[in-house]
Design a protein around this ligand. Structure first.
Ligand SMILES: Cc1ncc(COP(=O)(O)O)c(C=O)c1O
Length: 428
């Protein structure tokens, strides 16, 4: 395929935007080559600036669960835009989407809308700290909760007691309040809690991880985490920015029947516009300003365009009883097809899948946490990525990402993808 115009546009972008992109993973650093500039998209397909058609397995990193330029969402946004795009004053549609979200998700009474998943998680942690009156938090290595300071933490030398910054600009002072645990390892979480008795306000987790590839919680892990939190007076935050309104109407709480204290949303809830949200039962949410002392705000939060897109999207999902089954079936079909052709070509791999999230790791060992995810063969992934791109299939340009299946994908698209993988597998 020809990417001449994308290359030229990237060269221009690099002169005025750091690295040419507004979010680092878009720059193709992990796979090499030039990022692709999108001209437009419809349904399951992207059309780039060189007029190549690509089957899209990223879908804006999750939001486009029903496909690109989905008409009910686009129409809702266009209608609203004509009436003004932001007022910084209350509008009825904010209550409408809040009512719908609260009716779809278990264990929440109130929801506050923000502009990104980062903001949602950052605010959820502040609320948890304010509610619990304790400073420390536990996060899991390999889980991503956006780029606010408290989350840009890696295991420090004293990992049992505190983490260390993994980006310049994050202070040691901030890092000392974030403890790093191993995903799927309840013993490890127990040790951290023991070593920091009565100091931990919350545990935040991607209840199905998607930012080290897709990693499901092992049987019993989330329930054990719930019990541990209850026993130690710690709030459990489910970061459902990826999984919310994707794996089930009520997200992982519904899928695995585990109660979270605070839930974070992003991606699907905004229908492709910049939206995040966090939600909890009244007792916790009433701690937020203006009702309570925990401050949180936003000039563009709940703006009518974003709310119109989100409401149209949630309505579509709420009114389609089969949507999550249909997505899971398509994903299972893809899983089976990929496994078959990789096995036939002796490519060492592990495929993880939950609902419409799936990822291919190039290592035979089970992938259950960040350490095992990091063992994947990156050279193989790079070849795989570029091989597929060459055949008109766009997967995330990093081995640590989940593929997001959209309902717009047809079985012909899936067959085309599996056939392409069969050809690429012979080159790995
Ligand atoms: C689980 C999870 N939480 C939070 C975020 C941050 O969301 P945003 O990129 O909208 O700030 C992401 C983004 O990928 C995510 O996957």
């Amino acid at each position: 395929m020809n990417y001449k115009r994308s290359s030229a546009l990237f060269a221009q972008a690099e002169t005025v935007i750091p690295g040419g992109v507004n979010s680092p993973v878009r720059a193709f650093k992990a796979v090499g080559g030039t990022p692709i500039f999108v001209k437009e998209a419809k349904g399951a397909y992207l059309y780039d600036e060189d007029d190549n058609r690509l089957i899209d397995y990223i879908n804006s990193w999750g939001p486009m669960i029903l496909g690109h330029a989905y008409e009910p969402v686009v129409n809702a946004v266009v209608d609203k835009a004509k009436k003004g795009t932001s007022f910084g004053m209350p509008t009825e549609i904010e209550t409408q989407i809040a009512q719908l979200a609260v009716s779809m998700v278990p264990n929440i009474d109130k929801i506050r809308f923000v502009n990104s998943g980062t903001e949602a998680c950052m605010s959820a942690v502040r609320l948890a700290r304010g509610f619990a009156g304790k400073d420390k938090i536990i996060k899991f290595a390999g889980c991503y909760h956006g780029h606010s300071d408290s989350f840009l933490i890696q295991a420090g030398s004293g990992a049992v007691t505190f983490g260390s910054p993994n980006s310049p600009g994050v202070t040691q002072g901030t890092a000392k309040d974030t403890l790093l645990a191993r995903y799927n390892d309840i013993e490890n979480v127990t040790q951290l809690i023991e070593a920091n008795k009565n100091e931990i306000s919350c545990v935040i987790i991607e209840p199905v991880a998607g930012n080290m590839g897709c990693i499901p919680p092992i049987e019993g892990f989330l329930q054990a985490l719930r019990d541990l939190c209850d026993a130690n007076n710690i709030l459990l935050i489910f970061d459902e920015v990826m999984t919310g309104f994707r794996l089930a109407k009520g997200g992982v709480q519904e899928l695995f029947n585990i109660k979270a204290d605070i839930v974070c949303f992003g991606k699907v809830i905004g229908g492709g516009l910049p939206v995040g949200a966090f939600a909890a039962r009244n007792e916790i949410m009433n701690h937020l300003a203006p009702l309570g002392p925990v401050y949180q705000a936003g000039t563009l939060s709940g703006n009518p365009l974003a709310m119109a897109a989100g409401l149209a999207m949630l309505n579509e999902l709420n009114n389609d009883a089969e949507i999550f089954n249909r997505l899971a079936k398509k994903t299972a079909y893809l899983h089976e097809g990929i496994a078959k052709v990789l096995n036939a070509n002796n490519v060492a791999h592990t495929i993880n899948r939950v609902g419409s999230m799936i990822s291919v790791h190039f290592d035979e060992a089970e992938v259950v946490d960040f350490e095992t995810a990091a063992k994947g063969n990156n050279d193989t992934f790079k070849k795989f990525f570029h091989g597929l791109l060459d055949k008109g299939i766009y997967i995330a340009p990093s081995a640590f990402e989940t593929w997001f299946i959209t309902d717009a994908l047809t079985y012909e698209d899936l067959d085309f993808t599996i056939e392409a993988i069969e050809i690429v597998a012979k080159t790995l």
